[in-house]
Design a protein around this ligand. Structure first.
Ligand code: 5AD
Ligand code: SF4
Length: 471
């Protein structure tokens, strides 16, 4: 439970995460809620908005579900496995409820949106169902559920960005925070359920984003990660100031808050990331030199079926531009093995592209058909499971060797590392990250503290970690 939030954005394989009681939550509360989040970092950020809404209504957070009046699961639908994990967890909470009849169970997020009333009617697993755009109505829904009514709101919105809600940081390390800058996605990648569960894309008021980041900095935070499904299509017209804010402009505004506030962002779509963004990254030292640029497949034919709207050559050209403008930039990817009709040649193209891009890290999955998506309607899920798994295995092995190679090349280099806390293995070591988002572990020396920047010389590495010493 005390594990810090990882920087991974799409990682539902990680166990659901319960939150410890919030530090900022100083009021005395009548009732307590317990919340667990699954899936992408956007869900974790949403849980912090939910915490804020509940806090306003007199609910306090607890890290112990046994003492909670309200148990919430913020859920992910991206792959079938993610949904199964949540179902098992809900069944467990249902059993807890047998001995605690007053306790309410609520499901939030993408599964709530996808399955809607099914949870209440067919499975009787939960008392409350709330989609990602309806969190403001949660207090009313709780009252309805308390009086024994059906409590569902899965309406999607074209406007909701929760811009005015100050998230309550849950289980925070006090150093790094996620700031949501937009919601939804208009891309319709054929494999992806997100456009259906999170609705149309909309950008949050730029001034409210900058205010939230300034506030975090004033409270001692040293790094913000700007979050969106597709940050490069951020677009906000500030009518008061007669200003158009693009993602590049937003990045600059946040970078200008303070040189000692690091700025990261995720996720970038290869079709949308502009040279302007790369130049802004180059201009400001405090914008981290790291881009998560999911390729999904190295085969143009598969990319077309996936509706990614770029080709292998386009992707390679974007990577080339990044290397040209930002020679020391880390690049990571998402890769899907065994999408519909994928042949051995397509798969080999993916492996070759990985080698070409020299990814520092990747999130790798085998294709999981999601009901209602374009791919589910149009194409047969025709790659045999053992073939999918074998291809995924080859992709993972290649990535492991690329990560190790990339880390080995850092031996002897000196990096500025933001200290996030103790190393997971030993309290005698600090753990932080460099600008390229690599985890760096080094012995505690001198009077460095969590939240400080350290100059660390890398002396050794594993595939996942750089190991060094303060200089
Ligand atoms: N099957 C497997 N992986 C998927 N992703 C999204 N949808 C699916 C699916 N149906 C992966 C993509 C995306 C990441 C968030 O999850 O790689 O970038
Ligand atoms: Fe899904 Fe594609 Fe949108 Fe990412 S960009 S959320 S993969 S539809």
């Amino acid at each position: 439970m005390s594990e810090t939030l990882s920087s991974r954005i799409h990682d539902e394989e990680r166990q659901g995460k319960a939150y410890a009681p919030v530090v900022e939550d100083l009021r005395a509360h009548r009732k307590k809620f317990y919340i667990e989040s699954y899936g992408c970092q956007m869900n974790f950020a949403d849980s912090e908005i939910v915490a804020s809404i509940l806090n306003e209504k007199g609910f306090g957070a607890t890290g112990n579900y046994q003492e909670a009046d309200l148990v919430l699961l913020n859920t992910c639908s991206i792959r079938e496995k993610a949904e199964q994990t949540v179902r098992h967890r809900l069944q467990m909470f249902r059993q807890v409820k047998e001995n605690k009849p007053g306790m309410l169970i609520g499901v939030l997020g993408c599964m709530a949106e996808r399955l809607k009333g099914k949870f209440l009617e067919e499975e009787k697993l939960v008392d409350i169902v709330v989609g990602p755009d309806a969190y403001r109505t949660l207090p009313g829904l709780i009252e309805e559920a308390e009086s024994g009514q059906r409590a569902v709101n899965v309406l999607l919105s074209r406007e909701e960005t929760y811009a005015d809600i100050s998230p309550i940081r849950l289980d925070s390390n006090g150093v790094t925070a996620f700031v949501s800058i937009m919601r939804g996605c208009n891309n319709m990648c054929s494999f992806c359920v997100v456009p259906f569960t999170r609705g149309r894309e909309r950008s949050r008021d730029a001034a409210s984003i900058v205010r939230e980041c300034e506030d975090l900095f004033k409270r001692g935070y040293k790094e913000v990660t700007l979050l969106g499904q597709n940050v490069d299509s951020y677009y906000y017209v500030d009518e008061g100031k007669d200003e158009i804010v693009t993602f590049a402009r937003l990045l600059e505004k946040v970078a200008l808050i303070a040189p000692s506030l690091r700025v990261r962002f995720s996720t970038s779509h290869p079709k949308d990331i502009t040279d302007e963004v790369l130049y802004i990254m180059a201009k400001y030292e405090n914008i981290c030199k790291y881009i998560h640029l999911p390729v999904q497949s190295g085969s143009t034919r598969i990319l077309q079926l996936m509706n990614r709207t770029y080709t292998r050559e386009w992707y390679i050209a974007r990577v080339g531009r990044i290397r040209e403008i930002l020679p020391d930039c880390g690049i990571s990817s998402d890769i899907i093995a065994g999408f519909c009709t994928e042949t051995e040649e397509d798969h080999q193209e993916t492996l070759a592209l990985m080698q070409h891009a020299r990814y520092d890290m990747s999130y790798m999955f085998f294709y999981s058909e999601r009901p209602g998506t374009l791919a589910a309607r149009r194409y047969a899920d025709d790659v045999a499971e053992d073939v999918k798994k074998r291809r995924l295995d080859e992709i993972v092995k290649l990535q492991n060797s690329l990560s190790l190679e990339s880390n080995r090349q850092d031996i002897g280099k000196i990096f500025t590392v933001l200290i996030e806390g103790d190393s997971k293995k030993s309290a005698a070591d600090w753990r932080g990250r460099n600008s390229q988002n690599k985890v760096v572990v080094f012995p505690k020396e001198g009077n460095l503290q969590k939240g400080d920047y350290a100059q660390v010389k890398v002396e050794d590495c594993t595939g996942a970690t750089l190991i060094g010493k303060v200089i």
